[in-house]
Ligand binder design. Structure first.
Ligand code: DON
Length: 558
């Protein structure tokens, strides 16, 4: 077979194209889970901005049109591939307040106090998004802040029509909003839940965004906005202080890099566990021939799940903020280490019992990811979050935006689980000024140093496995990017000792086979939204895929 024919089949099997097709564009592409935000990014690209300018525009726009998850009150990560070949990672993860302590969420018997890590001001870590976006724009963008924030300000001031998906998200938190007059004034419609087609206007957020557009990050970290947050925190049992905001920093780090069957994975380093865990799993899987037994066959699932399990055990026990703990990154992403795990899995041939089981697992859809490629060959992959839907569910005074509950990502009590059922350890204990370990995995995959895929997802720990499965779907199972994104997923995170799976992932026969091998399986209905772009190396065409799990999202290109 000629190489071009082979590659054409590789990227576009006809049967697959007929079912789910990605959006096609020649120059640039923006994919996010809210189409108004995707449009804001594309408008910036069309006005001559680069992918970083567009990423800042989308970041602010999502804070308005996707208020559960897009944010200025949270934090996140940006992975950048510049057209000149340089790979960059911006860490704007939140930090624990300086008054935080390892035992702050424990009662006098040493037990975690219910809801304190997730609701109210004690759950809030120092937000990083505003300084993160501002740093990206100043260092790698080309446009002025006012220009890239214009769409977000317009959407906040003039409002936008709520979709049924947006209404559902707001109404799920109705009881929280109702209790707080300043939140109810914005997110309830005259004390009633919003309905489909209602216009959500956010004047307070518009004012906050205008202040940031005019004065930059200083107004957020040293000015009015910091004061408003600290004031509200002090009145409501929080510990945030002016020093926390004034000392907040964004870091430029070297991304994690590893190879997988000739592709280069560029992803998030600690304080995210994403890149390390993704590379560890990919390295283990490189030792297997995955496709022979068939897609989602018990054979393939067994190897993938075991690789996930070993990698998550390492993640949960060994990783934390590198400013505070030593992360054995080199070992964990080395091919030699992967070979030792591969040998163990081969020997076992069945589900291995690594530890006692725990049963708490809560997974949901919050957090948000977006991917951008511009016409000059720059790519940006951003995942940022408030952690839970609407974060800690509090808004400081009239600032108009929700604050995160990222403190729950720490191991509040090493050995106890957090809201994602993650059992973590001392490496991720709470310390003043420390960043909690994250699973966010904004990733760029290169082929011969050129952009091949830009991808990422929300979903707590399932972010890592969603990213893995999407890249396996393309690289091993030869799917087009839309199908790769939409395929049902499964997940194992070491503990609890179960394979979570989405409806329609496995045949009954496969489920039976996996159970015979000793696996426990659990159906889960809500999964993250992969927002991905593939650049076909043959013809240079961009293929954008919004996850069909997110009806409001869109890939838009030109
Ligand atoms: O950083 C993390 O890993 C989490 N705060 C992400 C939370 C998330 O994706 C929520 N969605 N399920």
């Amino acid at each position: 077979m000629r190489l071009t024919t082979f590659l054409a089949l590789f990227f576009f099997p006809a049967s697959v194209l007929a079912v789910s097709s990605p959006v096609v564009a020649k120059q640039s592409m923006v994919v996010s889970e809210q189409q108004l935000a995707s449009q804001a990014g594309l408008d910036i690209l069309k006005a001559g901005g680069n992918a970083i300018d567009a990423a800042v525009a989308v970041g602010y726009a999502l804070a308005v049109v996707n208020p559960c998850c897009g944010n200025i009150g949270g934090g996140g990560f940006m992975t950048i591939h510049l057209a000149n070949g340089k790979n960059i990672f911006l860490n704007f993860r939140e930090k624990a307040p300086l008054k935080a302590s390892a035992t702050m969420f424990l009662d006098n018997k040493g037990n975690i106090i219910a809801n304190k890590t997730t609701e109210g001001y004690l759950a809030v870590a120092v937000p990083g998004t505003v300084l993160g976006l501002d740093t990206a724009l100043k260092k790698y963008g080309t446009m002025k802040r006012q220009q890239v924030m214009k769409a977000a300000i317009h959407l906040a001031d003039n409002g936008y029509a709520l979709t049924s998906y947006a209404v559902k998200l707001l109404n799920n938190s109705f009881s929280y909003f109702q209790k707080q007059p300043n939140v109810a004034a914005i997110f309830l419609n005259n004390t009633k839940p919003y309905r489909l087609g209602d216009i959500l206007i956010q004047k307070e957020l518009g004012n906050t965004l205008k202040k940031i557009a005019a004065d930059g990050a200083d107004i957020f970290y040293k000015g009015d906005i910091a004061s408003a947050i600290i004031n509200a925190s002090e009145k409501n049992g929080g510990i945030l202080s002016l020093r926390d905001f004034a000392q907040y920093t964004v870091q430029e780090l070297t991304p994690i890099q590893c190879s997988y069957h000739g592709y280069t994975i560029v992803s998030a380093p600690p304080p995210s566990s994403g890149g390390v865990t993704l590379c560890e799993i990919a390295n283990i899987l490189e030792n297997y021939s995955l496709t022979k037994a068939g897609y989602h066959s018990a054979h393939d699932v067994h190897f993938i799940v075991e690789a996930m399990r070993y990698a998550f055990a390492d993640r949960n026990n060994q990783l934390g903020d590198p400013d505070f703990v030593n992360n054995p990154v080199e070992k964990l992403i080395s091919k030699e280490y992967a070979k030792t795990i591969h040998q163990k899995i081969l020997k076992d041939h069945a589900a291995i019992d690594m530890t006692p089981s725990i049963s708490i697992t809560h997974q949901s859809l919050n957090t948000t990811h977006y991917s951008i490629v511009d016409k000059n060959g720059n790519a940006v992959s951003v995942t940022y979050t408030l952690n839970s839907f609407f974060g800690a569910k509090v808004i400081a005074g009239n600032t108009g935006f929700f604050l995160n509950n990222e403190m729950d990502d720490f191991a509040s009590k090493p050995g106890a689980v957090n809201q994602f059922g993650l059992l973590q350890n001392m490496a991720n204990n709470i310390q003043p000024g420390k960043r909690p370990l994250s699973s966010m995995t904004p990733t760029i995959i290169l082929k011969d140093k050129n952009i091949f895929m830009v991808l990422g997802s929300p979903g707590g720990p399932r972010i890592i496995t969603a990213t893995l499965e999407t890249l396996l779907n393309v690289i091993n199972y030869k799917m087009n990017i839309q199908k790769a994104v939409d395929e049902p997923r499964f997940h194992h995170q070491w503990l609890p000792d179960v394979i979570d799976y989405e409806p329609d992932t496995f045949s009954i026969g496969t489920i039976n086979h996996l159970e015979e091998m000793g696996y426990h399986l659990k159906l889960q209905k809500t999964w993250g939204a992969m927002e991905a772009i593939l650049l076909n190396p043959i013809d240079g065409i961009l293929y954008g895929a919004n996850d069909s799990r997110r009806p409001d999202g869109k890939a838009i290109g030109y």
